[in-house]
Design a protein around this ligand. Structure first.
Ligand code: SF4
Ligand code: SF4
Length: 89
């Protein structure tokens, strides 16, 4: 498994396998959370400042490939369900 610290904030998770490096999410994020991995053979978004994510979902709506998932507010049922799924992986 890839290093999940680069894929998740309190509010969103990125599946980099679905990312086609269009950078729409990077450009639309108002808080500078997202950055680029952009070198030979590796082109996908990464999370640079997870602590700055406010859960506004602009990146989720901007992604044409549904590569970014909203996890719900911290402590919500959606988050608990997500954690339960991850534990089973
Ligand atoms: S949810 Fe909002 S603040 Fe968080 S990464 Fe997406 S656009 Fe940025
Ligand atoms: S908007 Fe989606 S496809 Fe485009 S860079 Fe972001 S995660 Fe990747």
């Amino acid at each position: 498994m890839k290093n999940r610290r680069h894929m998740i904030t309190k509010y969103i998770e990125i599946n980099t396998r679905l990312c086609e490096a269009c950078w729409k999410c990077v450009e639309i994020c108002p808080n500078g959370v997202l950055g680029k991995i952009d070198f030979f053979g590796h082109h996908h978004v990464k999370i640079e400042h997870a602590e700055a994510c406010k859960g506004c979902k602009k990146c989720v709506r901007a992604c044409p490939n549904e590569a970014i998932f909203y996890l719900g507010k911290p402590g919500s049922l959606e988050v608990k369900r997500e954690k339960a799924v991850n534990l089973r992986l």
